[in-house]
Ligand binder design. Structure first.
Ligand code: HSE
Length: 393
C-alpha cells in the first residue's frame, strides 16, 4: 500500500471546497491535517480547529508530506511552493500564474530536492492535458496546440453570441458562478489563458518562455459592431491561445480573439467549457473537451494529481531533454481584423498588406496581414478603448 498522504492545504475557496467535496466521497488513504486561510472571520463548512492563518503550521510540520496550494496570490504561492519542495514535501498547485512565471526555477528545485510538483488543475480545469503531453505525446512532433483555455471569457462570449446578453451581465454571472479570477481582467484580457499557454508550451516543446514576452489581447474592448460583423459573416468570436511550430525549431506563442467559422471544432465549445486541439505529425488532430473552470471540475484535476503522488508520480519534462535547439519566436505573419476609433492609428500601425477596408461614421475597420512583432510593439495603442483586434482566417 502506498504511503499515507498527510496534507496541508493553502486556501479554501471555490477549488478548495470543490476538492474537499470530492475527497469526502472516497477512501483514499489521505488526511487533510490543516487548512491555511487568509480570512479567519469567514464562515467555514468544517470545524474551526482545522483552520489556521499561520503558514508555518503546515510548512514546519514534519508529519505533513504533501502541500496542496490553491491560493490566489502568485507571489505568496511561489514562496510556499518553493519552501515546501525544498523541505521534502510534494506539492499540488492550481496557480497558473505562479507556475508559468517560475517554471524553470521550480523544475530545477524539484530536481535538486527530489520532490514533485504537479499542476494539472492549473491548465484547462478538468482536461488532463499536461499529463497527456508528458506521457502520451512524449515522442510526437507537435505542429500546434490551440484551444479555449479560459472558461470565463468563453462563458461571456457564449452569453453574448447565443443569448444576446450584455458583456457586463455575462461577466457578473461568470463571477457569481466562481469561474472568474478575483481580478477578472486576467480572464477577459487574455492573461489567464496566456499563463496556461506558457505551461502547455513547456510540456509540448520543451521551452521556458516568460509570460511577459507572450502577446495577449483580450475581449475587453469588444463591442456591438464586432459582434454584428461576426454574426453577418457567420463567425463566432472566441479567445484563443496558440502554440505553433512555424518552421524548423521555431515556436510562436500568442493569445488573440479569433473569428471562427462553424466548421471549426472550437466553434461549439460554449460556456465555461474548454477545448484543447492538438495537431500532431503522426496522431494527426486530436481534441480534448471539458469543463475548464469551477470548483468540482478543477477539484477533480487537483485530486488526480494528489492521487498520482501516492505512487510517486513526477513530471519528467521529457521534451526539455532534446529541446536545446528549439527557439521561441515572435516573427510571424497573421491576418487580423482591426476595428478602430481614431484614423491616426493606421498611420502608426504597419500592416504588410490590407485586403478589406470599411469606413462608416461609427464603424471603421481594416483586415490585413501584420507581423506579430508589430502587434507586440503597438499593443497599448491597439488596446485603447474604441479599438478591437481579432485574428481572422
Ligand atoms: N478564471 C479561470 C477561467 C479559472 O475562467 O478559466 C480556471 O483556471
Amino acid at each position: 500500500m502506498s504511503e499515507k498522504l498527510i496534507i496541508g492545504m493553502f486556501g479554501f475557496g471555490v477549488v478548495g471546497q470543490g476538492l474537499y467535496d470530492i475527497i469526502k466521497t472516497k477512501d483514499l488513504n489521505l488526511e487533510i491535517k490543516k487548512f491555511v486561510i487568509k480570512n479567519p472571520e469567514k464562515k467555514r463548512t468544517l470545524p474551526a480547529e482545522l483552520f489556521t492563518t499561520d503558514p508555518e503550521a503546515v510548512l514546519s510540520d514534519p508529519e505533513i508530506n504533501t502541500v496542496v496550494e490553491l491560493i490566489d496570490n502568485a507571489d505568496v504561492a511561489f514562496e510556499i511552493t518553493k519552501r515546501a519542495l525544498q523541505s521534502g514535501k510534494n506539492v499540488v498547485s492550481a496557480n497558473k500564474k505562479m507556475i508559468a512565471t517560475h517554471l524553470e526555477e521550480l523544475t530545477n528545485i524539484q530536481q535538486e530536492y527530489g520532490t514533485s510538483l504537479l499542476y494539472e488543475g492549473a491548465v484547462c480545469g478538468s482536461i488532463p492535458i499536461i499529463r497527456n503531453l508528458e506521457e502520451y505525446y512524449d515522442n510526437e512532433l507537435l505542429h500546434s496546440i490551440s484551444g479555449i483555455f479560459n472558461g470565463s471569457s468563453n462563458y461571456i462570449l457564449s452569453k453574448i453570441f447565443n443569448e444576446d446578453q450584455s458583456y457586463d451581465n455575462a461577466l457578473r454571472k461568470a463571477q457569481e458562478l466562481g469561474f472568474a479570477e478575483t481580478d477578472p481582467t486576467l480572464d477577459v484580457g487574455g492573461y489567464d489563458p496566456k499563463y496556461k499557454l506558457a505551461i502547455v508550451a513547456s510540456h509540448a516543446y520543451g521551452i521556458y518562455v516568460n509570460p511577459d514576452e507572450i502577446l495577449n489581447l483580450g475581449i475587453n474592448t469588444l463591442d456591438n459592431q464586432d459582434i454584428r460583423f461576426a454574426k453577418e459573416k457567420g463567425f463566432k468570436i472566441k479567445l484563443l491561445p496558440l502554440a505553433k511550430e512555424t518552421s524548423d525549431k521555431q515556436v510562436v506563442l500568442y493569445v488573440l480573439p479569433k473569428f471562427l467559422r462553424s466548421d471549426n471544432i472550437l466553434y461549439n465549445v460554449e460556456n465555461e467549457n474548454n477545448g484543447v486541439l492538438v495537431k500532431a505529425a503522426f496522431a494527426d488532430e486530436q481534441f480534448f473537451y471539458g469543463k475548464g473552470a469551477g470548483g468540482h471540475p478543477t477539484g477533480s484535476a487537483v485530486l488526480s494529481d494528489i492521487a498520482a503522488l501516492r505512487y510517486g508520480y513526477r513530471y519528467e519534462y521529457k521534451k526539455h531533454i532534446d529541446a536545446s535547439q528549439i527557439r521561441y519566436t515572435t516573427d510571424y505573419e497573421l491576418s487580423v481584423y482591426l476595428r478602430y476609433a481614431n484614423d491616426s492609428i493606421l498611420e502608426q500601425i504597419e500592416f504588410l498588406s490590407i485586403s478589406e477596408r470599411f469606413y462608416g461614421e461609427n464603424f471603421k475597420y481594416v483586415i490585413g496581414k501584420i507581423n506579430l512583432n508589430e502587434i507586440i510593439s503597438k499593443r497599448e495603442l491597439i488596446n485603447q478603448s474604441g479599438n478591437f483586434m481579432a485574428e481572422i482566417l
